[in-house]
Design a protein around this ligand. Structure first.
Ligand SMILES: CCCC/C=C/CC(=O)SCCNC(=O)CCNC(=O)[C@H](O)C(C)(C)COP(=O)(O)OP(=O)(O)OC[C@H]1O[C@@H](n2cnc3c(N)ncnc32)[C@H](O)[C@@H]1OP(=O)(O)O
Length: 248
């Protein structure tokens, strides 16, 4: 039925490095242009981890030019995913904090594996950073304003049952059924004529995407100012050190 599978593979935690973002965008563009494909299942090849989100090492101790290039790549992937003409289904087979969660929220439907370790949410505040307005918009459009406000301020990571309750995911299924469920949901979505579904998706999502498109450069400048602050760099270094010391 013309369904591709994009399996994220950047061990150990599928962090979204500049290279991963760039390759993801290229793969999506190829699929969009190949009319034999109508749907994509986005999943992970790293056991227990859907994606650890943005690669913190790309945002720490690098040059302004690097930050700008990185942030443009983050914007680009979000725009491509959010406005994709393809049916996108996230088969979430692992934990998905921050950017990992955002990536799944851009999809049309989310199936999450029923494992209490597989938390998901936008936890930026816990790192001492702030989710940009378009991350916030994506969450609000999925779970509503009140739930998003509370989740964003507290940096909540939801276990599967909670994620389902607040509408962050559409289905929670046993781990070994995530892929087959994504495939059967895909069949249902592909039963709708493409042109009608695509125009409807555009109607729902374009106003949100346009807000970023209209101010992409300003958004990059804002990110540069924010990420270059000494206090933010310090927060990121402390957080990364904590992650690294977990093993020791
Ligand atoms: C205006 C500014 C807005 C910026 C927006 C940012 C959005 C984001 O996405 S920020 C990233 C937020 N991500 C997280 O908070 C997740 C952090 N990681 C974890 O919680 C855990 O790693 C995990 C639950 C995903 C996996 O745990 P596990 O025990 O299996 O692995 P670890 O031992 O913790 O990690 C292995 C290895 O990977 C490094 N790492 C983990 N996450 C990241 C990351 N997001 N970026 C870069 N590197 C990461 C971790 O430091 C370990 O490295 P070493 O092997 O060198 O010790």
């Amino acid at each position: 039925m013309g369904v591709a599978v994009i399996k994220l593979k950047n061990p150990p935690v599928n962090s979204l490095s500049l290279e991963v973002l760039t390759e993801f965008v290229i793969s999506l563009e190829k699929l969009e242009n190949d009319k034999t494909f109508r749907g994509v299942i986005v999943t992970s090849d790293c056991p227990g981890i859907f994606s650890a989100g943005l690669d913190l090492t790309e945002m720490c101790g690098k040059s302004q030019a690097h930050y700008a290039e990185y942030w443009r790549a983050v914007q680009e992937l979000w725009l491509r995913l959010y406005l994709s003409n393809l049916v996108l289904i996230a088969a979430i087979n692992g934990v998905s904090p921050a950017g990992g969660c955002l990536m799944s929220l851009t999809c049309d439907y989310r199936v999450l594996a029923d494992n209490p370790k597989y938390n998901m949410g936008l936890n930026e505040t816990l790192l001492g950073i702030v989710a940009p307005s378009w991350f916030k918009d994506t969450l609000v459009n999925t779970v509503g304003h009140r739930t998003a406000e509370r989740a964003l301020q507290l940096g909540l990571l939801f276990p599967p049952a909670e994620a389902l309750r607040v509408g962050m995911v559409d289905q929670v299924v046993p781990e070994d059924q995530v892929h087959s469920t994504a495939l059967s949901v895909m069949a249902q979505w592909l039963a709708v004529p493409d042109h009608a579904r695509q125009l409807t998706k555009n109607l729902m999502r374009k106003p949100t995407a346009d807000r970023l498109v209209k101010q992409r450069d300003a958004d990059i400048q804002y990110f540069l100012r924010f990420i270059s602050r000494d206090s933010i760099q310090k927060s990121l270094r402390v957080y990364l050190d904590k992650l690294r010391q977990k093993k020791g």
